[in-house]
Design a protein around this ligand. Structure first.
Ligand code: HSE
Length: 438
């Protein structure tokens, strides 16, 4: 059978690794795909930088449009990242009747609806396994492996850089910026690391997961996003004492009232497997009605793990290249006419439990004042921890865990607690998820 010819856009960390793995594992890949798969052309900003040694006979150009317009090429691999140029190139490739493999989560999260509509019309495939959780085959698992199920929720640690930072803070008490710098040096962080730290990268990925889990359109703007830059070492320590770990979690949950999509620091009971996912590793917990819970764990960033997902997609496309377009796995898991616009819940209506930390006067009656506010707002307290004040200090730190309530009740209660004379400074709040399948 004729070899499948690829055009590679971007020879950065993942692009270089993709070229090397395709070359080094060529025989094994051909055994799986049923034919040879080879990159014939690649583009990078400067041809002077060349291709990695040993990646084979690949023509290198500076103009990425030369690749997407090359009539020899069957599949375009988009690994340049970003929005505008990537979108233009992908749309052009589709228009030229080429299949596309991309690792670009921002592109899919923001422009996926438009890209898939164009691909559908042209009868080509656009696949994006590497866009979510690096090397973990989470897209394929949800889209195909769980297709018998009604999926109730997806909760994941889906940013390796953020998880690496929180882990190092907890285990070694390291400084936030120092760990971030190391993540950048190791090639985990986004070009703009605020995407990692502020949860934007995780929100891109969560919006993709929600779409394939529930059959809803991609809607990045509807994801509530909070970063980890306000998580203090103090909170990490108190959470540990209460039997919890703080993780930057993405949660997509189906409820009677609508769908929750949110990314924020979260306390998770330490006995849950996902609470023990550390360093740059990612994990996604899926609750499905027939299977129950299943957990997918692996490297969420890095050159080879991401290349592993890119190449799995290439092999998938190579296998289905001759298949009638109507009989391929739909881009967003559900048939295009079955994508339903279920309402997304505003964060004020989302229900979670809470961890609160506040600094108060150490005198009789203060705890009673705070619990009265909670009682008035119908918030039930699950646990209270008061740290003994240091000698000579007249203020104490109080930690509280509440039961599940709506966000707006908590916001109202915090406003009122902050107005109490005995309470000083901010009331720090972190959401809690038990992840027990409720
Ligand atoms: N910056 C991302 C992360 C890379 O740290 O997870 C993989 O998408």
């Amino acid at each position: 059978m004729k070899p499948v010819k690829l055009g590679l856009l971007g020879v950065g960390t993942v692009g270089a690794s993709t070229a090397m793995v395709l070359k080094n594992n060529a025989a094994e890949i051909a055994r799986r795909a049923g034919r040879k798969i080879e990159i014939i052309q690649a583009s990078r900003r400067s041809v002077a930088a060349g291709m990695p040694a040993g990646s084979g006979d690949i023509s290198l150009v500076e103009d990425p449009f030369a690749v997407v317009n090359n009539p020899e090429i069957d599949i375009v691999i988009e690994l340049i990242g970003g929005y505008d140029l990537a979108l233009e190139l992908v749309m052009q490739a589709i228009d030229n009747g080429k299949h596309v493999v991309t690792a670009n989560k921002a592109l899919i999260a923001l422009h996926g609806n438009e890209i898939f509509a164009a691909a559908q019309q042209k009868g080509v495939n656009v696949v994006f396994e590497a866009a979510v959780a690096g090397g973990i085959p989470i897209i394929k698992s949800i889209r195909e492996g769980l297709s018998a199920n009604h999926i109730q929720s997806v909760a994941g640690i889906i940013n390796g850089t953020g998880n690496f930072i929180l882990t190092e803070m907890r285990d070694k008490g390291r400084d936030f910026n120092d760990v971030l710098r190391e993540a950048q040096e190791l090639g985990y962080a986004e070009a703009d690391p605020t995407f990692d730290v502020e949860g934007i990268d995780a929100a891109h990925k969560l919006c993709i997961l929600a779409s394939i889990a529930f059959g809803i359109p991609l809607q990045f703007d509807a994801v509530y996003t909070e970063g980890i830059s306000d998580v203090s070492t103090e909170d990490v320590v108190y959470a540990n004492q209460l039997g919890y770990r703080i993780k930057h979690l993405g949660v997509a949950r189906r409820t009677e009232a609508g769908i929750e999509m949110r990314v924020h620091p979260t306390l998770i009971p330490e006995k849950r497997l996902i609470a023990n996912v550390d360093g740059v590793m990612n994990a996604v917990l899926v609750q499905a009605d027939r299977l129950g819970p299943s957990l997918y764990y692996g490297a969420g960033a890095g050159a080879d793990p991401t290349a592993s997902a890119v190449i799995a997609d290439i092999i998938d496309v190579a296998r289905t290249i001759t298949t009638d377009a109507q009989n391929r796995v739909p881009h967003l898991a559900f048939q295009p006419d079955q994508i339903v616009d279920i309402p997304i819940l505003p964060i004020t209506e989302v229900q979670t439990a809470y961890y609160l930390r506040m600094r108060v006067d150490d005198r009789p009656g203060v705890l009673a004042e705070i619990t009265r506010v909670m009682g008035d707002k119908e918030i039930s307290i699950e646990a209270v921890l008061q740290k003994e004040p240091e000698t000579g200090v007249t203020q104490a730190t109080i930690i509280m865990l509440t039961q599940k309530i709506r966000e707006h009740q908590m916001v109202d209660a915090i406003d009122e607690i902050k107005r109490l004379e005995a309470v000083h400074g901010d009331v720090h709040r972190i959401r809690v998820e038990t992840l027990d399948g409720d």
